[in-house]
Design a protein around this ligand. Sequence first.
Ligand code: HAM
Length: 421
Amino acid sequence: MANFAPPPGTADIFEPEAGIWRAVEKAAADVFSRYGYGELRTPVFEYTEVFQKGLGNETEVVQKEMYTFEDRGGRSLTLRPEGTAGVMRALSNTDVMNGVEQRVYYHGPMFRGERPAAGRRRQFHQIGVENVGRCAALIDAECIAMLCAFLKEIGISDFRLDINTRGVAADRAPAEAVLREYFGKHLDSMCPDCRTRYERNIWRILDCKQPECGKIVAEAPDYVASFSEESRNYFAEVCAALDALEVPYNVNPRLVRGLDYYVHTVFELSHSALGAQTAIAGGGRYELFLPGEKRAVPGVGFAAGVERLLMVREALGIAAPESKKAAAYLVGLGSAARIANLQLADKLRAAGVPVELELEERSFKAQLRGANRSGASIAVIRGDSELEKKILVVKDMTDGTQTEIDETQIFNYITQKENNK
Ligand code: HAM
């Protein structure tokens, strides 16, 4: 067999795995619609500035990971690295600016030029939601609870939920001053990336994964204490609502998230099956400027990585949903029987019965092998003489017994057989 692999960091998804994807996507739609969310499908590419402005020019994603190209007119386009910015661009055509709440969910491929590894792809898939137009602590808590409900629906429990607050824009300068003073004293013992972060985006030091930085970060001062009372109260209200909803969480001051649009609540979910460093979902509250608007629009949302959800499910031994097997396999001997079988298969399928059949001229033996492979519980056999008598020979594939039936009885015969399974 030729080894024609897809590009690094991408994958082909065959059955029965594709069936798990459908089940996960359906569970998401079911859970989210109970919370009043409707689906939104946006393009997989946008004008590059949608992401530059939305995610922040200093973020790793925008600086290093975007797939950007020019369209024929010379405009810069980018394959979406995440869903929020495009959703906000789409919602700018609605009345979110007037405080009308929009609840939308989405799923589909996202693209980041990262180094591929287990659970890290260049084309990966997110299932996400955005609740846009209003800002309230209880909306954040409801959104987090909905993410937990979705995970439970797909069989994932005992995950870990980390939450933190980023405060609002005005809180950043005093908190940054606290961090700058502290990290300034330790720069010599920190990794080269963190030395750059110190200059460009000091917050990112807090989630550095290098051991030498980890120790220093662990002893960093409590910057949240320098946030305004309003921001601290907002966060306390989120925590109290999660308590009321009985959603367990850990307050993690190291959680800052990689995108610049966040304010107030941020959260991330991980599972021991993948290790604490690998997030299966993340999100938070944000403020984003819509194209042409001077005022930012508030929202809260999250995205879960489908590949990572599936890895957790697999590690937990959650069985794939049964794929639908053919109820019958039609065996035809001679060209007239093949045409008659083609017609019969068409009718049965239209009536909702999954059917397989041999459409080429093949020996009886070869066709029975096909029937075996299909997993159908009966083979329906006909040649010229059955055609003439308007009958069918039905072979039970488990015990090998054969029965003759009138061809008009086949639908009832199959449905009875399926019901008795
Ligand atoms: P994010 O944390 O960048 O957030 O991505 C969300 C999830 O997507 C991650 O937790 C992870 O499961 C998955 N993911 C990210 N990158 C990869 C990759 N290279 N390979 C496989 N899975 C990956 C966002 O994208 C935000 N838009 C979430 C959000 C929505 N915030 C507010 N609303």
